[in-house]
Design a protein around this ligand. Structure first.
Ligand SMILES: *[C@@H]1O[C@H](CO)[C@@H](O)[C@H](O)[C@H]1NC(C)=O
Length: 551
């Protein structure tokens, strides 16, 4: 806060800015970009999407229940583009499932597969999935039965586990030998840091087995299906022979207690660890006849005490006040001291085991399930639709602008029309919400609204600043300083009176004054304190950046 005049101006500017932002708010227009599947949740969305009516068995107890989580297509809680709706998982602590078939099966064995969509955790990052499942071709007629059992080819997107966040990229690969599918997980899934903003997730998978996982348009992890997943696509050539057992007489103890060593004659295992210190002397002034505890002379039998029912009343004991100044009270006993003769139990020293053979390992045999698939992309099942099947602790997770197709350029162009617009608005809003030492809080009182409080704020802020750095306070608020000079020079004691008076009456002003603390060597500490005390962050959620919250 440079001056009060400035703060009033700032308020006007802020108002003007938000007004113009209101006017300039972009309006949603469906994209012209074409793709095998592109979803912007326009009014006809329900022709494509089917909420699941399936039941799901819980792993514990085998209880069945349905996907009770509600889906809604609606504008975000804080709309950025007028008329732009997204698909929202509405229910806290519930399983949600919904799916949409593709008009045509998508085969990506010869063309890149590009999957892109936006997720916005509107209630912030708590526990909750935000990933997509690209469902195996064939599911299309079973939308209502879509569940965790529906076969999928790729799972992709964020998952907020508690604690932690990662971006899944998992594919299901079929062994040509056993015919079984195995989930292959990214070894090092990206761990993006989240906020309530709209985040963009992109997966590009090329026919040459390379992939690129992008977060907000930037590569977060790139690699190759053959190298960067676990378990690896191709099983090991050889495996441990399950029939081979460690022989009974195998010696794998490297070191043993020396069998030839004997306990020395003079080793007394029974010598105690501590002995009475015979040299100790009773400290002078020790009160042998005073007990350490005495009945509390001030204690009185409670009125409701019933001798018959409660027994004889005994006063509670307190530490004998006479012992306070004495080195001790009561019978004096010699203290213990460490026993110099103490040796403890005798153990034979360790030596290398002469019979040691080595670590035993089973012999290797050829893996009966071995295969080599050098083009796993081409073995993946074509996809027939997209499903969202997740559990969430946090409600109001919003999905939008899904792209599934073959063009990196088109996906990028779609992001430019949609995500980038939102992202810029959100970033601007975030910046505006962060309390800035040089800006007046929007909470501040204006002179027109309440002249008395306005002046009080001004004076109080000045005093607060003066406490931290008097010179800065004067230079930064010269007119307040001039106004206060008389007070400061004539009645020096007045400062504290003013402080008490104003501080006591004006709690909310204390709050905003905190935010406008003058920068000083103490500033960091002051800020940390503000962060730790939610009550002091006057702007509430908006001033509190999510990164700080998750600390
Ligand atoms: C795989 O294909 C992509 C797209 O054609 C190309 O950019 C990339 O360089 C290729 N990578 C390798 C290792 O061949």
């Amino acid at each position: 806060m440079r001056s009060v005049a400035l703060s009033a101006t700032t308020l006007l500017v802020v108002a003007a800015c938000s007004a113009s932002a209101e006017e300039a708010k972009p309006v949603f227009k469906p994209t012209e970009i074409k793709a095998p599947f592109l979803e912007q949740f326009t009014d006809d969305w329900s022709e494509r999407w089917t909420p699941s009516e399936a039941t799901k068995k819980t792993p514990v107890g085998g209880e069945t229940f349905s996907y009770v989580g509600k889906w809604e297509v609606e504008e975000p809680e804080e709309p950025l583009i007028e008329g732009d709706k997204g698909l929202v998982a509405k229910t806290k602590a519930a399983h949600h499932a919904i799916s949409a078939p593709f008009a045509k099966t998508i085969d990506f064995s010869e063309k890149p597969l590009v999957v892109q969509y936006e997720v916005k955790y509107q209630k912030g990052g708590n526990c909750g999935g935000g990933y997509l499942k690209l469902l195996e071709d064939g599911f299309q007629t079973a939308g209502k039965e879509f569940s965790d059992k529906t076969p999928w080819t790729i799972m992709f997107g964020p998952d907020l586990t508690c604690p932690g966040t990662k971006t899944h990229f998992i594919f299901r690969h079929k062994s040509p030998v056993t015919g079984e599918f195995e989930e292959k997980h990214l070894k090092l899934p990206p761990k993006p840091v989240f906020d309530k903003n709209t985040n963009l997730f992109t997966l590009v998978l090329h026919p040459n087995n390379t992939y690129d996982v992008r977060f907000n348009g930037e590569s977060a992890n790139t690699g190759n299906l053959l190298e960067d997943f676990e378990p690896s696509v191709n099983p090991p050539k050889e495996i441990d022979d399950p029939e081979d057992k460690k022989p009974e007489d195998w010696v794998d103890a490297k070191r043993i207690a020396d069998p030839d060593a004997t306990k020395p004659e003079d080793w007394d295992e029974d010598a105690p660890y501590e002995i009475v210190d015979e040299e100790a002397e009773k400290p002078e002034g020790w009160l042998d006849d005073e007990p350490e505890f005495v009945p509390d002379p001030d204690a009185e039998k409670p009125e409701e005490w019933d001798d018959e029912e409660d027994g004889d009343w005994i006063a509670p004991t307190i530490r004998n006040p006479k012992c306070e100044d004495a080195p001790g009270c009561g019978e004096w006993k010699r203290p213990f001291k460490p026993n110099p003769a103490y040796k403890g139990k005798w153990f034979a020293p360790m030596i290398d085991n002469p019979a040691y053979i080595g670590e035993w390992a089973p012999r290797k045999i050829p893996n009966p399930d071995y295969f080599e698939d050098l083009t796993p992309v081409k073995s993946l099942k074509p996809i027939g639709g997209v499903g969202i099947e997740l559990w969430t602790m946090t409600e109001d997770i919003l999905f939008d602008n899904l792209y599934v197709g073959h063009s990196v350029e088109d996906a990028a162009a779609l992001a430019k029309e949609t995500w980038e617009v939102k992202h810029e608005l959100e970033e601007a809003a975030k910046k505006a919400a962060i309390p800035d030492d040089d800006e007046e809080s929007t909470e501040a009182v204006t002179f027109q609204e309440d002249p008395v409080a306005f002046i009080r704020t001004k004076i109080f802020t000045f005093i607060e600043a003066a406490k931290v750095d008097p010179v800065f306070a004067v230079t930064s608020q010269p007119e307040t300083a001039v106004g206060l000079t008389l007070v400061l020079t004539t009645f020096i004691g007045m400062l504290s009176v003013l402080l008490g008076l104003i501080g006591g009456q004006q709690k909310p002003i204390t709050k905003s004054a905190k935010k406008t603390d003058a920068p000083s060597p103490d500033d960091k500490a002051g800020k940390a304190k503000t962060d730790a005390e939610p009550a002091a962050a006057a702007g509430g959620d908006k001033t509190d950046t999510p990164v700080k919250r998750r600390k």
